[in-house]
Write a protein that binds this ligand. Structure first.
Ligand SMILES: NC(=O)c1ccc[n+]([C@@H]2O[C@H](COP(=O)([O-])OP(=O)(O)OC[C@H]3O[C@@H](n4cnc5c(N)ncnc54)[C@H](O)[C@@H]3O)[C@@H](O)[C@H]2O)c1
Length: 275
């Protein structure tokens, strides 16, 4: 091989088979983005623990990955519950002996003005989308530290970076999650543990579809009009993301070449935050 070819070989990023044999936990993986991420990681040869509170659909996701030749197991668990999170981490260690990738994806939305936002709803959203990732990180961390390696990918949102009316708990949880990502990156670095927050704009999932249907009813518009005129109004590209587009980014962020993307937000937002 000539020196030139060698230099080119070194410069070429290698993703092929890099993730094969690694172990990932994906929370909220029975639906939408989590499901797409679980499938995309499994397609790269990653063994996936599919977590959700939705047992029926979660089991289906794990089964369909296995049917396609992948390795997946469903683990029921509410990410805001300490006992369930300990059980989730224990399942990963008992079955696979390690946790290489933790994707904190479970989430939900509730829309109401602050004065009408119930304390119960506030606590629920903060519990799932902020306390949940704190708990999974807290209990996965010792194992990642012992391995001297770990990757934590937090599912943020455009609303980790900018705000929106009537989404007090969601915006607060997602901004808080970016803060948790930064702290995790600093505390993790000496142990080769890295953390990043993916920040997508609207993705075509049940969570977004519910909002589109609600807005269409409220404004007397078609769902297409809602997407183009209301939901994507701040974005440069007037379309929803597909779950597979975000999942592909998560696969890339799981590879070693993305390791230095730590402590930061990675927007995938159709130009939403460019203004
Ligand atoms: N869809 C979007 O437009 C969009 C945009 C940016 C970020 N996100 C984020 O992506 C993530 C996934 O959202 P989605 O759009 O796929 O929604 P989704 O409703 O399709 O899926 C969310 C999943 O989380 C699960 N879940 C809810 N509470 C849970 C809990 N306590 N413990 C474990 N699992 C729980 C649900 O059962 C569901 O399967 C969320 O964190 C969301 O905030 C979504």
């Amino acid at each position: 091989m000539s020196t030139n070819t060698l230099e080119m070989e070194k410069a070429r990023p290698r993703f092929d088979d890099q993730l094969k044999g690694r172990v990932a936990i994906v929370t909220g993986a029975a639906s939408g983005l989590g499901k797409a991420i679980a499938v995309a990681l499994a397609n790269e040869g990653v063994a996936v623990i599919v977590n959700d509170v939705d047992k029926e659909n979660g089991v289906d996701v794990a089964r369909s990955i296995a049917a396609a030749g992948g390795d997946a197991v469903f683990q029921f668990g509410d990410v805001s519950d300490v006992k369930d999170v300990k059980g989730l981490i224990r399942t990963a260690i008992d079955r696979y002996t390690r946790i290489d990738i933790l994707v904190n994806n479970a989430g939900l939305q509730h829309i109401a003005p602050i004065t009408e936002f119930t304390v119960e709803k506030w606590n629920h959203l903060i519990g799932v989308m902020l306390t949940g990732p704190f708990l999974t990180t807290k209990y996965a961390f010792p194992h990642m530290r012992a391995q001297r390696k770990g990757r934590i990918i937090n599912m943020g949102s455009t609303q980790s970076l900018v705000s929106a009316e009537f989404k007090a708990a969601y915006v607060s949880a997602k901004h808080g999650l970016l803060g948790l990502t930064k702290v995790t990156a600093l505390e993790g670095a000496p142990h080769n543990i890295t953390a990043v927050a993916v920040c997508p704009c609207f993705v075509r999932t049940p969570l977004a579809e519910k909002q589109i249907a609600g807005q269409a009813k409220y404004h007397g518009m078609t769902e297409q009009e809602v997407v183009e005129k209301i939901m994507t109004a701040p974005a440069a590209l007037k379309r929803l993301l597909e779950p597979e587009e975000v999942a592909a980014l998560v696969v890339y962020l799981s590879t070693d070449v993305a390791q230095c993307m730590t402590g930061s937000a990675v927007p995938i937002d159709c130009g939403w935050t460019a203004r």
